[in-house]
Structures are given as structure tokens and as C-alpha cells.
Design a protein around this ligand. Structure first.
Ligand code: NAP
Length: 193
């Protein structure tokens, strides 16, 4: 999307690619516990794979390390761009980037040169959703109808900014898509009093 439709602290980030956040979130906002997701829903894992396959996927270092622990390797068939301030060694299908601009550039390069796609996914965790939320075009959300304990939460969804465009109800959860509203957000005047 164009930078003119964006607002918030990261509105100087610009990309011609579609940025899509993908997340599974419980009714109480929980997305993680002890570095993992507090549920195991094979249909959701299949949905994640089907949606993100052959695209760049941006994630934070903690989420990346959780995947390495679970799978022994980064997500196959995708380029993982790992946000970190550290100098991590990664296999060929993962790259590290420090800061949002560097991350977006690395994801754009992978989208153009490896995947030939217009879409880049933002796959968490909480710190990464938080930072990219002001610039994502769309959200692919699995809404889990449960209230598990957890230590990591998804930022509150601003329903004036994102409108629901699709919902597929399943047993105990729903696949939902939200799109950034095309209506420009009113410019707030600085308070000079
Ligand atoms: N339910 C879901 O869909 C879902 C999806 C993803 C993750 N999760 C869960 O979320 C939890 C992890 O989330 P989290 O918020 O704790 O961690 P995270 O966002 O995965 O990773 C945090 C790390 O990312 C790096 N980072 C973030 N912003 C950066 C920036 N601007 N520049 C440089 N580095 C940056 C830092 O790494 P360094 O410390 O190395 O600098 C930071 O410590 C886990 O429980 C995971 O299972 C759930």
C-alpha cells in the first residue's frame, strides 16, 4: 500500500509489496507461553503453511528460535527474515536483519529474487506484530475460542482501522481476514495549548 494511507510511529517505512500479518490469537489476546503457542491445532498449522508457502516470512528472534527447536530448521519453502540485534548464523533459507528497514529490504529482495511474489508475511511474535501493525495492509487471523494462560499477547486490534472481510468458522476456532480500511484516518492536530 502507499505510504499516504499509513499512520503511526512507523509511517516512514515504505514498501510496494503487500504486508500481511498472520497470527493465531485466543479470545483473551494470548499468542504465546514459554516460547511456544499454548495450543496444538494441526488444521491451523496446515493453514499457516498453505498461506505462507513460497513467500518471505518476517519473525522475531524468539519466535525463530522456537521454530528451530521444534523443526530443527527454518520453515521449509519460505525465506525467513529474522529480526535481531545479534550476529546469528542461519541456514541458506534464513537471513538476519537488524531494525525494521533492513528487515523490509531483506524481505523485498527475497520476494523479488527467490519467490517472485508481491506478498510478505509478518509472523510474530508480539514485539514484531507491534512494530509492523501501523504498516500492514491485511491480517490473516486464526481466532481461537479459548482463554489460555500465556505470557505473550497480540496488540489490541483497532476496529476502525481494520475491517473484517472474510470469516470461516471451524470447530473451536475461525479463520478470519481483516483489511486496512481505505478511509483516510483524520490527521490529528498538535495541541499547542
Ligand atoms: N500465536 C501465534 O500466531 C504466534 C506467532 C509468533 C510467535 N508466537 C509466540 O510469541 C512468543 C514470542 O514473541 P516475543 O514477542 O516474545 O518475541 P519475538 O517478537 O519473536 O522476538 C523478540 C526479539 O526480536 C528481536 N527484535 C524485535 N524487534 C527488533 C528490532 N526492531 N530490531 C532488532 N531486533 C528486533 C529482538 O531480538 P534480539 O534480542 O536477538 O535482539 C527481540 O528480543 C512465543 O511464545 C511464540 O510462540 C505466537
Amino acid at each position: 500500500m502507499g505510504a499516504d494511507q499509513r499512520n503511526g510511529p512507523n509511517n516512514d517505512l515504505e514498501t510496494d509489496f503487500d504486508l500481511v500479518a498472520i497470527v493465531a490469537v485466543a479470545d483473551n489476546g494470548v499468542i504465546g507461553r514459554d516460547g511456544e503457542m499454548p495450543w496444538h491445532i494441526p488444521e491451523d498449522l496446515a493453514h499457516f503453511k498453505e498461506t505462507t508457502i513460497d513467500h518471505p516470512v518476517i519473525m522475531g528472534r524468539v519466535t525463530y528460535e522456537g521454530i528451530i527447536e521444534a523443526l530443527g530448521e527454518p520453515l521449509p519453502g519460505r525465506t525467513t527474515v529474522v529480526l535481531t540485534s545479534q550476529d546469528l548464523e542461519t541456514p541458506a533459507n534464513a537471513v538476519v536483519a537488524n531494525g525494521l528497514e533492513e528487515t523490509l529490504e531483506a524481505a523485498e529482495r527475497a520476494a523479488r529474487e527467490r519467490h517472485e511474489t508481491q506478498t510478505i508475511f509478518v509472523a510474530g511474535g508480539a514485539t514484531v506484530y507491534e512494530q509492523f501493525m501501523p504498516v500492514v495492509d491485511r491480517l490473516v487471523v486464526t481466532e481461537i475460542h479459548d482463554t489460555p494462560d500465556g505470557d505473550t499477547r497480540f496488540p489490541d486490534l483497532d476496529r476502525e482501522t481494520f475491517r473484517e472481510i472474510d470469516r470461516e468458522q471451524r470447530d473451536g476456532f475461525a479463520f478470519v481476514q481483516y483489511e486496512r480500511s481505505k478511509t483516510p484516518v483524520p490527521f490529528s492536530q498538535p495541541d499547542n495549548r
